[in-house]
Design a protein around this ligand. Structure first.
Ligand SMILES: [Fe+2]
Length: 147
């Protein structure tokens, strides 16, 4: 599958061709085949996959729905020369937020979306050495948790 990837900030469109990057505002994109790695290769449970595949958890809270991402099952290193730079969040393929990391923090982030949101949350993370990594999860209809 081909994706439009922003030449300036690496943002990946999950909704096909777009005119302007919602992250940096630029309008030049590369069309890249399989721009990111997916958890499809779950059979490949190598250490690299475990450090890069986004681990998602979505919960209904009293203030809305929280979506948390962690890179990854084994926490990815956060060093100047090798770290996760950011997590891009999407709701039903539409970009909603980029959370940036620095080597001074762990690659874990959480956003909240409206309680009425249905469908799925997708995340793409970017490792400065190993590129883009995707995962997604359905928003479940579970009971509300405080916080
Ligand atoms: Fe990495």
């Amino acid at each position: 599958m081909k994706h439009f990837v922003c030449r300036t900030c690496n943002f990946v469109s999950l909704e096909g061709k777009i005119e302007r990057c919602p992250v940096c505002g630029q309008s030049s994109f590369d069309e890249i085949e399989n721009a990111y790695k997916t958890p499809d290769f779950k059979a490949a449970t190598g250490e690299s996959e475990k450090k890069h595949i986004p681990v998602l958890s979505v919960k209904h809270k009293d203030v809305g729905i929280s979506a948390k991402v962690k890179f990854g099952e084994i926490i990815h290193p956060m060093m100047a020369e090798h770290h996760i730079e950011y997590a891009d969040f999407y709701v039903n393929n539409k970009y909603v937020s980029r959370i940036k990391f620095s080597p001074a923090v762990l690659p874990i982030a959480k956003i909240y979306v409206d309680a009425k949101t249905e469908g799925k949350i997708e995340v793409i993370g970017f490792c400065n050495l190993h590129g883009l990594w995707f995962n997604e999860t359905q928003i479940s209809k579970k009971e509300v948790i405080n916080g």
